[in-house]
Write a protein that binds this ligand. Sequence first.
Ligand code: SIN
Length: 528
Amino acid sequence: MKKPNILIIGSGIAALQLARQIQDQFYVRIITKNKITSSNSYLAQGGIAAPIGKNDRIEDHYLDTLAAGRYHQAEDLVNRLINDGKRVIEALVKEGAPFDKDGDGNLSLGMEGAHSANRILHSGGDQTGKFLVNYLLGTLTNEVDFIEEEMVCELMKDNKGTCCGVKTKNEEGTIRTYYASHVVLATEGIGGLYSSTSNHPSVSGDGMALAFLAGAKLADMEFIQFHPTLLWMNGKTHGLISEAVRGEGATLINDRGERIMENVDPLLELAPRHIVAERIYQQRLAGREVFLDISKIKNFQVKFPSISTLFSEQKISIEKGKIPVSPGCHFMMGGILTDDVGRTNVPGLYAIGEVACSGVHGANRLASNSLLEGLVYGVRLGNYLIEQGENCSNHHLMHVEQKNRKPITHMGFQPHELKERMMKSVGIIRFEDELNTHLNWLKSHPFTLNENIDSASPEQIKIYFMWIVSMLITQSALLRTESRGGHIRSDFPEENNEIWLKRKIILQKQENQLRVKFHEQNETKVYA
Ligand code: SIN
């Protein structure tokens, strides 16, 4: 009997883990707008957090995760993530995934910011993403088909409102449609919306825009993590310097030689990321240069081969040990609202990995919990889909074309302009006037939420999607009148538990979900 189809959009860790989980039961098609390995996952230097060390405990990893996320999570989902994560990692270790070991053959477990124990697994030193992606790719059979360099530009729904496929476009402008029993978005985050980012430049929120246009709910779009240490050269950032480098003892100093994290947080350089990033940002705003002092790390090149390559490409001396750094956009905690297996509110449409707001990261993600999330939700959604089997059939007869849509006839703006504005107005530190300036600039462009993308170029579609996601982030940032985790407001500098945490708890009790607000068409509604 012919197997039902699954479409997975995106090719990072969550996508590949799902594909291998379901490949015996489904015919799986992975679609990516780039090459299979052009993902954030592939770039990941830092590793995967799991409480598998002898002196570690599930409860400690759980508490560290809640603290980093500033208690904005759904606690039961965090608990399940850590428990399932431990099992998923143990299974990967058992089947021979290439995790680094120490001289005695034990897994070597590194330290990263805001963790209370050594629990970070790595592969190939600082090449965890690359090694793991290659490992997962090696486990896929011929039942998994890859389509590269086709951008998904629309999610298709049938006359019952069930997502039943996607429309794609390639660089030549050819449109193709693919039908499926289930459609999974695993398109990662939004780093490409900012001028400074650790992300693959193509990762600019497509999945969120697609889902939004298809009627899916999005949440927590204001919570964006800025990584403290991106290499800073010639007025721009040049890739990530993993937190594992600080875990190995690197310190942060300014051009006066002062250790800038002293008297800021008891964890110093290993404080939660938003605290370190804000400190570096403030120092730079005050005219100070900031450096990572790596002089005390022995065997740097052996421990961090890909970072060493980055340094030599930029002609930076490891021996001198002073590496110029600046923060940049790293991870989106919000996204498409999903339940514990990755279902969205649109039947037939799922989201896993960074594109999803699954409720496990809260206001700020604990370092190295993201690959863990991708691996866990890949398995969970896989098991769920296997139970479901085929969702609906003969979609091609049922697909409803949306009428009365006007073709996009303009470019709107150049991507670099949006990225610079996002960095300035919706970046590490935000305030009302600047957020409104950006919102008004966005509104001055004549996009609507009813554009017909068929005749638009891939570049126009990309800009249109960037506009949508930028709008959602800015509206969300305006709405949250407090500072929490990855959302820092200079006009509301404190966490306001009285209003915001209480609101979360009441809503969770009422609705049994994390949903504080969601976006619907061109409006952000607050449900509280
Ligand atoms: C890093 O290596 O610093 C990044 C790891 C992560 O974001 O989880």
